[in-house]
Design a protein around this ligand. Structure first.
Ligand code: TXA
Ligand code: MG
Length: 339
């Protein structure tokens, strides 16, 4: 597997691989994606194989121009036009009725497709040079936290893909918002992400949230949301908001012989840090976007350290905090409990 530097000639080479049906990882503003020609069935199948991704979990496609959109959806409702003009290029995926020459494995039997235009010069240049939309899930092994650096991609997929374009750390750090516009009267968030609920309601008026996101017993409309996601191997617990209670829990776990990994804000670090804890800062508590951009790296770093348990700080579920809490709860939920 090759690591490609971010230079025009090197992006040409990566685009050639894509045209030949190979898979290449590339940076976007959210997380690294694992791209393949979305119109080439055997190329798209390589994505599922490299990630170990369940076949019934559809992929989103990435485009570099608005004209490409018309080739792959039956119609573009007014609300989609609004989202595209306000948030593209950017971290919002729109789900619409599909048409055109998409490989079957992109959507796996669904009559809809998720599309977004990423806000990253490397991604846009790569899509343009490849001349086709790129099907691209996050470039992690299925079930692991999404990659926010080229090194994360290498750790997960070395030997399984042709290469990765190293564009440095991604900015947003969490995946795009998935917005279902197949019923334009009910714009529905299927996955919270880089464009917030509040931003969407400002532009669209009323926006719905898929019932599954509020009540986990309801079946999700976005197939990927049902999987155990974003999880490191070490157990993750969400700390209580109250600092005294958090400190007491840490003390209790230490007494049980645990090695503690703390994934908390700078403010909480001052209060909770003690001898023998491994710490990863989520940044300034008043800036949830810093926590969002650091969450996956923090989970990976602590997972690779000697800790036996990872304790993470909850944030307010507004703005980007909604996506942060969604991912953190998924990382923690397989234990079936939080502290
Ligand atoms: O930020 C992102 O969205 C990143 C970067 C690489 O663009 N990509 C990403 O892809 O997160 P992935 O495959 O890891 O997540 C796509 C989500 C999954 O939950 C999938 O089930 C859902 O979108 N999805 C894809 N197509 C869909 C469709 N037609 N209807 C409903 N949900 C869909
Ligand atoms: Mg993913």
């Amino acid at each position: 597997m090759r690591t490609i530097k971010w230079q025009p000639s090197e992006i040409d080479e990566a685009a050639d691989w894509l045209k030949k049906g190979e898979v290449v990882a590339f940076p976007t503003e959210t997380v690294y994606g694992l791209g393949a020609d979305a119109t080439n069935e055997s190329a798209v199948q390589k994505i599922y194989a490299a990630k170990g991704r369940p076949r019934d979990n559809p992929l989103i496609i990435h485009i570099s121009s608005l004209s490409q959109m018309k080739e792959f959806v039956t119609e573009i409702p007014e609300k989609a036009e609004l989202v595209m003009s306000h948030f593209w290029p950017g971290p919002c995926t729109i789900v619409l009725k599909k048409k055109g020459p998409l490989a079957q494995s992109v959507t796996n039997g669904l009559d809809t497709v998720g599309i977004r235009m990423p806000d990253h010069p490397v991604a846009l240049s790569l899509i343009e040079k490849a001349g086709v939309p790129l099907a691209a899930p996050s470039a992690n092994s299925s079930g692991k936290p999404s990659p926010t650096t080229a090194q994360h991609v290498i750790n997960d997929l070395n030997g399984k893909i042709s290469g990765v374009i190293d564009g440095g750390p991604t900015g947003v750090g969490l995946e795009s918002t998935v917005l279902d516009l197949t019923d334009p009267k009910r714009p529905t968030i299927l996955r919270p992400g880089g464009v917030s609920y509040e931003e969407l309601t400002e532009v669209l008026g009323r926006v719905y949230i898929d019932g599954h996101l509020e009540d986990a017993t309801q079946a999700p409309k976005s197939p990927g949301m049902k999987y155990r996601h974003y999880s490191p191997d070490k157990p993750v617990y969400i700390l209580p908001v109250n600092g005294e209670q958090a400190a007491a829990i840490i003390e209790g776990l230490k007494n049980e012989g645990h090695q503690i990994g703390l994934l908390v804000s700078d403010q909480s670090l001052k209060f909770l840090r003690s001898k023998d804890t491994v710490v990863f800062s989520l940044g300034d508590k008043s800036k949830p976007s810093e926590a969002a951009s650091r969450l996956y790296d923090g989970l990976r770093v602590l997972d690779q350290s000697e800790v036996t348990v990872i304790l993470a700080e909850p944030y307010d579920s507004s703005g980007i905090g909604r996506a942060y809490m969604n991912r953190l709860e998924k990382a923690a939920e397989w234990l079936g409990q939080s502290l």
